[in-house]
Design a protein around this ligand. Structure first.
Ligand SMILES: C[S@@+](CC[C@H](N)C(=O)[O-])C[C@H]1O[C@@H](n2cnc3c(N)ncnc32)[C@H](O)[C@@H]1O
Length: 354
């Protein structure tokens, strides 16, 4: 049997950390080739579309079917998958990252190449007997076809065609999740980080629930949760944007500022139970974890989820990542997923469910 390869998409600057992490966590994967934002690994042993690429930097991953330069070649690569099944396939066409932070990219260009290729694929597929689901969002168990294409600025680069069986570990959208554009009225770009995390993690906070955010100033993430109908308790010695302070939602939900460092928040200022915990402090993760541990304990078992941003500023913090994740696992979650989102800079997010 010929060799099989796994693909993984990720931010460009972390390629070295991704390879280092996988050398320990997945020694059956050996580096094969890399393009900016896309790395492939030869798989030692049998593999199928449930292959896992267990890295904190992996945003989407799966089994490689091969490379293509045009739509007809993509359809030829996926044709063998439909031979024994008439079920429509989920189609994810997306651009790999480029080496420019997403909020500095030309938003009128990003995504245009993927949209054009997806349109052509959908138009040609029926003539080859291939059916695609209309919606992009994957459901557990779906077989997803991934077509990873370059950004419009690299027109001569080839495409990679892959597949993955959608599971809880994957983000359900093309590429795990796509960048979510910052609304003009958001107090900060952290709005994008929380919205991308909720979408990648397929988390749906319900209006009326309570959230604590450690490190909430000036208020982008708080504003996102307020707009989703939650009450938000923001812990930060810094000032909050008036849009958060004065917010009154249709669900009568509002913002409460605990205007002090996390270590000084008295129990009496918190709701007796809260369902969501966010942390986005500009502190080393080992320090931030002290506060996170306290706020998990103060939730009295009511937590449904936590979205913890972990600052990875240098090789030292990267080296400490296994110890950081061990401490996160001790918080008692049912699941922990770690990824790096399009809007992240030197950071990753740990998404916990309880
Ligand atoms: C990246 S900013 C947070 C951005 C914010 N999440 C938003 O949505 O706009 C980091 C914040 O952590 C806060 N911070 C740093 N140390 C803290 C501490 N010990 N307790 C609470 N907040 C802290 C800073 O004041 C700063 O506002």
């Amino acid at each position: 049997m010929s060799s099989q390869f796994a693909w993984v998409t990720h931010q460009v600057p972390v390629t070295k950390w991704l390879k280092t992490e996988l050398a320990t966590r997945a020694p059956h994967l050996s580096f094969a080739f890399a393009r900016p934002g896309l790395t492939t690994f030869k798989i030692d042993g049998p593999a199928d579309d449930t292959v896992v690429v267990p890295s904190s930097f992996a945003r989407a991953w799966g089994l490689s079917l091969g490379r293509a330069n045009k739509v007809a070649e993509v359809l030829a690569l996926i044709a063998p998958l439909v031979r024994n099944s008439s079920a429509p396939l989920r189609l994810h066409v997306f651009e790999r990252d480029i080496d420019v932070p997403v909020d500095e990219q030309d938003a009128t260009v990003r995504g245009t190449r993927a949209r054009e290729i997806e349109g052509d694929l959908r138009a040609m597929a029926p003539s080859e007997g291939i059916l695609f689901e209309v919606d992009a969002k994957a459901a557990i168990g779906d077989r997803v076809i991934d077509v990873i294409v370059p950004h419009a600025s690299e027109p001569n680069e080839t495409w990679l065609v892959g597949t993955h069986r959608h599971s809880f570990a994957h983000g359900p959208w093309p590429g795990g999740v796509q960048h979510v554009a910052l609304p003009e009225e958001s107090p900060s770009r952290a709005w994008c980080k929380i919205e991308e995390a909720l979408r990648w993690g397929d988390l749906t906070p319900t209006p009326g629930q309570d959230a604590i955010e450690i490190g909430s100033s000036p208020g982008g993430a708080t504003y996102a949760l307020l707009c989703r109908g939650l009450n938000v308790y923001g812990v930060d010695p810094g000032e909050m944007h008036p849009r958060c302070v004065n917010f009154r939602g249709p669900h009568h939900n509002r913002f409460f500022h605990l205007h002090m460092p996390a270590a000084e928040v008295p129990k009496s200022k918190l709701p007796p139970k809260y369902q969501w915990l966010l942390s986005d402090v500009n502190l080393a993760p080992m320090v931030a974890l002290r506060y996170i541990e306290r706020f998990v304990a103060l939730a009295h078992g009511g937590l449904k989820g936590a979205v913890l941003t972990l600052k990875l500023n240098d090789d030292g913090v990267f080296a400490a990542l296994p110890r950081i994740l061990a401490r996160i696992n001790k918080l008692g979650p049912k699941t922990v997923r770690v990824t790096q989102l399009p809007s992240h800079r030197s950071e990753v997010v740990a998404i916990l469910t309880f």
